[in-house]
Design a protein around this ligand. Structure first.
Ligand SMILES: Cc1cc2nc3c(=O)[nH]c(=O)nc-3n(C[C@H](O)[C@H](O)[C@H](O)COP(=O)(O)O)c2cc1C
Length: 329
């Protein structure tokens, strides 16, 4: 079965991409992902905070006239797999040498500051494309939504000016007019959207009166928000679309593709089952397409988007009342 797809102008052997997470932080694991059939690997994000911290350390070192040994003590000890900008670039280069599938670097920031020049360095390190994650919680009651949108648009403009590789923007679902915002991103030169960022919801500890961060892996239920917006967006924008969030098995990959995804990222499923899960999922997608007499994955792409489904209202408000009425005890 022909499972090929085009995402961000990259020819992928199939739609399954290993999404941004610690799996991409280890070159042996990146090789395992390729062996298991991953069509591309998104690196864990390099954070604006890491870039700015390293730049501050550099400035302090220069103004103090300190030598390298002293300077290194300023550089924050990166926690976990967040390795800092220089190592990040080396890692991208290492990943490019280790495998032949596309490597997508990821940069995570909220303002169009000096950190965006790292996009250029990522390109020079060999990244085939960039994923921009603008994870941001708008908490200031004085900040209008248009300012939040403008910030992301400015980041896209700045990065687009800096690089010639394609860029995808990893978005949250919390925009008042997402389809319009997607169109604006397209006008600024974005090549694709990755939908959606998962916001990790902190919990409250009622004994300690503290906020408790907790990272939970996704469940397949989360895919449905993505399916609706893939179906809505794919009928209205020219952008490449990647699904992220809740894709756990072959049926999820098929649904996302029918809704209009050009690639489907997996993270939680791979963290639970390991890279081999990709191979099993691809075999099941292949089997399903053959059984249903498709000639290729492309034939299925977008076949259930908003312009193609018989009753598009089911994707929007009209279905709301009917669905509530359908509840039976
Ligand atoms: C442990 C962990 C680390 C992650 N790190 C990043 C990251 O550095 N940058 C990013 O954009 N997304 C990151 N994500 C989010 C994933 O890329 C993905 O969007 C999310 O997990 C939803 O997909 P899933 O349902 O397949 O897990 C991370 C997720 C997990 C579970």
């Amino acid at each position: 079965m022909d499972l090929k797809t085009t995402y961000l102008g990259l020819e992928l052997a199939n739609p399954i991409v290993s999404g941004s997470c610690p799996l991409g932080a280890n070159l042996d694991t990146v090789r395992l992902l390729e062996d298991a059939g991953a069509a591309a690997v998104v690196m864990p994000s390099l954070f604006e905070e890491e870039i700015m911290a390293a730049a501050t350390a550099q400035m302090e070192m220069e103004s103090a006239g300190a030598g390298f040994a002293e300077a290194s003590s300023y550089i924050p000890n990166p926690e976990g797999y967040h390795i800092g900008p220089d190592h990040y670039l080396e890692h991208v280069q290492g990943a490019k040498e280790a495998v032949s599938i596309p490597i997508i670097a990821s940069i995570n920031g909220t303002s169009a500051g000096g950190w965006t020049r790292y996009a250029k360095k990522m390109e020079e390190a060999g990244a085939d494309a960039l994923e921009l994650n603008t994870y941001y919680i708008a908490t200031d009651a004085n900040e209008p939504g248009s300012d939040v949108e403008k910030r992301t648009l400015d980041i896209v403009t700045a990065v687009k000016e800096a690089v010639s590789i394609p860029i995808a923007v990893k978005l949250s679902p919390f925009f008042s007019s997402l389809a319009n915002f997607a169109k604006q991103l397209q006008e600024k030169g974005a090549d694709g959207l990755v939908i959606f960022n998962r916001f990790y919801q902190p919990d409250l500890d009622i004994e300690e009166l503290d906020v408790v961060p907790n990272l939970r892996l996704s469940t397949a239920d989360e895919l449905r928000l993505r399916l609706r917006w893939l179906a809505i967006l794919s009928s209205q924008v020219e952008l490449s679309l990647a699904a992220t969030g809740g894709a756990h098995n072959a049926v999820d990959v098929i649904k996302a593709t029918m809704a209009g995804a050009h690639s489907v990222q997996m993270v939680s499923a791979l963290l639970i089952h390991g890279p081999e899960h990709i191979k099993r999922t691809l075999e099941a997608v292949d089997f399903w397409l053959t059984e249903h007499e498709y000639e290729s994955l492309r034939q299925m792409q977008g076949s259930m988007n908003m312009s193609k489904v018989p009753d598009a209202a089911k994707l929007t408000r009209a279905n709301y009342m009917k669905m509530l009425d359908s509840w039976q005890q």
